[in-house]
Every structure is written in C-alpha cells, then in structure tokens.
Design a protein around this ligand. Structure first.
Ligand code: MN
Length: 220
C-alpha cells in the first residue's frame, strides 16, 4: 500500500493498521480497529456484477476483491465508519450490489464537451478536474464546499449505484465521483485521491473519518 494513505491517517491523529488479504476473519473488526479505509488499486473482477471482461479491463485480483467485500460487509454490520478511496469507493458500491464501468473511455456515454481527463497525466499531487458536490450531503458537510478541484487516476467508475447508496458528487461529464450511505452511518466513497493532495478539503476528509472512528472507540 502507498505510504500516503498511512501518512494521511496519521496526520489527523489516527493509527493506520494494514490488513493482508486473508480468506477468513472470524473476529469482529471492532475488536482490533475502529474504522475501515479502503485504498485505491487495480480493477474489479466484472463477475461481481454479472459481466464478462471487457477488452480494456486491467489486471484483476479476485482474492483482494473478495477480501474487501468481506471487510465492508463486516464493517457495516458492526457500524464502523467506512471511507473508500478510488477503487475503495468502487468496492463499496460492488459490496452493496452496484456495478461499474469496466473502462470509462470506451464505455461511458459522453455528450457535450466529452469526457473529462480521468486518467490525468499531471503528477498525482496536482488537481486537474472539478467535482460538484450535493448540498447538505455528508461530503458537503465534511469538505465545506459544493465544488472542489480533485486529482484523478481512474479508468473505471460507478455505473449503477447500489440500493443503499446515493450519489453526492459528479465531475462535469456526469461521472460519479462521490457516494455515501443513506442513513447516518459514516459511509463515504470518493473517486479521487485525497491522500496525495495537500488541499484543505483533503485534510478535512481524513479528519472527519478519524473523528468518526474515535467516536466508535469512546463508545466501545
Ligand atoms: Mn475523475
């Protein structure tokens, strides 16, 4: 895992604990951690949403997919805060029954000005496209803005949103850039990479997540 995720968690007072992909986890997550952060990574196996691989599908890791779905299911059941970043946001959508575009450039129906550059050529610590955020959403409360600039490193994206989720951020081409749960459980997914940015909204995102985790610790 990229060290940036650990540093981002540490910077706001959390202690990052890395979990290897193992086949079974019998203990409750809450017995050794207070929240779940899902990182970026490779493509999802399209079998999880009933599709065959598209020619532009990248490398998949079935074991990791299964592991992350297990973790999300457990964390939800235990009421632990969940933050999904890039692939992590897509993992949340898959775990709850949604689907993905396997390859945005060849599958996303574009209109108007066309597709925003979601696989940016600029360095990862630079912002390249805007994201509009729904007023009064959890994401809006967290970043304190209805429009932010983000970095972008993805060729997959959420297609059908899972029943338990709502879309709360999109880029100008309509691509889904943020999802969250429908109740007050802290369940948030962002399609960009706040861990590589030093913008105030990126800091607020990790701070809000760790704050929610700390709440879990005090009540345990
Ligand atoms: Mn993007």
């Amino acid at each position: 895992m990229a060290g940036a995720y650990c540093r981002a968690v540490q910077k706001v007072g959390g202690i990052p604990v890395l979990l290897p992909a193992i086949t079974r986890l019998e203990r409750p997550l809450a017995s050794f951690c207070q929240g779940l952060l899902l990182s970026g990574g490779g493509d999802f196996d399209p079998g999880f949403f009933g599709e065959v691989p598209h020619p532009a599908l990248g490398t998949v890791d079935y074991e990791r997919d299964c592991w992350e779905i297990t973790l999300i299911t457990k964390a939800r059941r235990e009421g632990l805060p969940i933050l999904g970043i890039c692939r992590g946001m897509q993992a949340i959508n898959i775990a709850l029954g949604g689907s993905l575009y396997q390859d945005l450039p060849s599958q996303y129906p574009v209109s108007g000005k066309g597709l925003v550059e979601h696989h940016q050529s600029a360095p990862g610590d630079q912002v390249t496209h805007r994201v509009k955020i729904t007023v009064n959403s959890l994401l809006h409360q967290v970043v304190e803005s209805t429009e932010i600039w983000t970095n972008s490193h993805h060729h997959q994206a959420v297609k059908e949103t899972a029943p338990g989720l709502k879309v709360t951020a999109r880029s100008e081409d309509g691509v889904i850039e943020g999802i969250e749960g429908k109740n007050d459980h802290f369940l948030l997914g962002v399609q960009w990479h706040p861990e590589r940015l030093s913008t105030p909204d990126s800091h607020r995102l990790f701070a809000a997540f760790v704050r929610a985790c700390r709440g879990k610790m005090d009540s345990a």
